[in-house]
Design a protein around this ligand. Sequence first.
Ligand SMILES: [Zn+2]
Length: 486
Amino acid sequence: MAIVRCFGKPSLFITFTCNPKWDEIMRELFPHQTPNDRPDLVCRVFRQKLKCLKKDLLYYHVLGKVIAYIDVIEFQKRGLPHCHMCLILDKSHRLPTADTYDDVVCSEIPNKITEPKLFQIISNFNTHGQCGITFPNSPCMIDGKCSKKYPKSFVDTSSIDKYGYPLYRRRNDGVTFQKKLNGFIFNNRWIIPYNKHLSKKYNAHINVEICSSVQSIKYLYKYCYKGHDRTTASVSINNVDETSQFIDARYISAIESLWRTLDFEMQDHSPAVYRLDLHLPNQHIILFQSNTDINNILTKNPGTKLTEWFKINQLDTDARHYIYADFVRYYVWKPLSKQWLKRKRGGNKVIGRIRTVSPKEGEVFYLRLLLNYVTGPTCFEDLHSFNGIISNTFKDACIRRGLLSDDAEWNHCLEEGLSFKMPYQLRQLFSVILLHCEPRDPLGLWNSFKFYLCEDFSKKISPEPDNQSRITLSPKISRYATSIKF
Ligand SMILES: [Zn+2]
């Protein structure tokens, strides 16, 4: 999320799935083998294709100039690897309005006569599997409805719905095709959005979605970082008091285990995010071998990124122009010698990130606040002093500097949380601010953030916002509101 804070919302969300029937896989199989028998081959070919795709997107900018990206590799239960990518485009390349969407994303069946290859690919890979009342057992069906909201409605022009989600053009042009397997007839309502150039070039499932207008980008990240497939298994053991023991077990397919064995990367992002140390005076962590003399370590007291930042501010007047997080663009950390050196190049490819801290952590929270405002301090005491007056605590120092004089900091704290905290976590943060931070205008804060604080109610209770008012909310609210714990 440090990347989103620095560069803005992602513009495109892409899912690229391995096609086990790629020529590069099929022609390397030994007689009577299937791709299932060769996870090594599937892994290697997918990785090469992914590299190619990333080169197209990130260096040749086929969908627009990319200034930042993250990607995550995942494995389906059946084993095929896929990659989720979030791309942040340069401002001049972003898609400002829905009428520009059709240039990048298509959700219609390609013309079978004029584009036979694309038709073959899209009909093979980019259709949402049959679901609905006649296919209640389809994996997408939850409570009798398709969780992916297929079949989509026919629309003549692309637009954006009230939550900022794009509605791609799906014209009712009478074009259909039938799959041999069970004769199901697909029309434009069942097509998963794709990009013509990428689908044609890579002959695989590539879902391209425009997400620049989506209000809650954290759900995309949650999707990216939702973690591995897990299962809860029960084991019964005779003659043991407990009748069952529950294990949170993890499922690893042959392909995933090969991917990890070959040490292929599981995620990637650019620019690099520098995690910056944050600790109160003399409360940093020191790692040492168990046989080392502890007195020796204490006298040496190796510096941290924070204390060494103070040190370089003492020695180098150039360094004093920056706050802690921005400093990494001009200086580079040498982990072995534990010191900062002036950066020669690459400053535009890194961003600094100080871990987020809850206001209930007290002094660490206020120290972080000071670090986000004060340029070039030379020691902790420097942060305590302002206009010649030395405060006893970081909180007092924040007050003296006027950082807590209005609710700006609490607004900022909640705003920072918006980008990555789920609604129940935001409610916890809001309650911490109310209980421990004495905001001047709690109602104002509530009014500014109520949409995000209640976002899951509207999503869980009724996907149709117009129907929400018809539902009795009180039993639901009492169930969900337990996380607030006032
Ligand atoms: Zn479905």
